[in-house]
Design a protein around this ligand. Structure first.
Ligand SMILES: Nc1ncnc2c1ncn2[C@@H]1O[C@H](COP(=O)(O)OP(=O)(O)OP(=O)(O)O)[C@@H](O)[C@H]1O
Ligand SMILES: [Mg+2]
Length: 153
């Protein structure tokens, strides 16, 4: 497991980190976003999307479960599995997760059978109102260079 921990002092810093990371990703990559309610998972996805050129404010897809951003390249699929805790998971999400876009998945613990072995994990932990510990890790060697480049600064 390769891991790097970064402290964010503001929403702006979290979005800047997301921007840096998304430019090191490619279509087909799967990013799990872990952390409590209000940790900053959707904020992170918003930073990634805005840096790919999406101009609007990114809101949680909680009530939709999936939002597809076909207007950015690579396409981004934003999944929030929170509402799937007690539901049938067989709603076709794997078509997106296994597709050509970058998938960002909030609350992956609720859809464990849909998570591919190769993924990048981002765990956001609230330290204070504006501070977050952000741990980026992966068991896959494919993300070594991404994680190592985050260690450099
Ligand atoms: N350093 C920080 N990084 C990210 N968000 C921050 C930070 N400091 C404060 N915040 C605030 O924390 C909130 C994070 O909300 P967000 O919707 O991103 O959480 P979430 O993890 O997606 O929650 P949920 O599980 O409910 O979907 C926002 O209001 C954001 O402005
Ligand atoms: Mg959210």
């Amino acid at each position: 497991m390769n891991t790097v921990k970064i402290v964010s002092h503001s929403e702006v810093e979290t979005k800047a980190l997301a921007s840096k990371i998304v430019h090191l990703l490619k279509g087909g990559d799967v990013v799990l976003l872990e952390g409590d309610l209000g940790a900053g998972k959707t904020t992170f996805v918003g930073g990634a999307l805005n840096s790919l050129g999406y101009k609007d404010h990114v809101v949680s897809p909680t009530f939709n479960i999936l939002k597809c951003y076909f207007e950015v390249t690579p396409n981004v699929f934003h999944i929030d599995a929170y509402r799937l805790e007690d539901q049938n998971h067989d709603i076709g999400l794997e078509e997106f997760i296994e597709g050509n876009g970058i998938s960002f998945i909030e609350w992956p613990i609720y859809i464990p059978e849909l998570i591919p072995a190769k993924h990048l994990s981002i765990c956001i932990k609230r330290i204070s109102d504006n501070e977050r510990d952000i741990t980026i890790s992966s068991e896959s060697k494919d993300y070594d260079s991404l994680i190592n480049s985050l260690k450099e600064n």
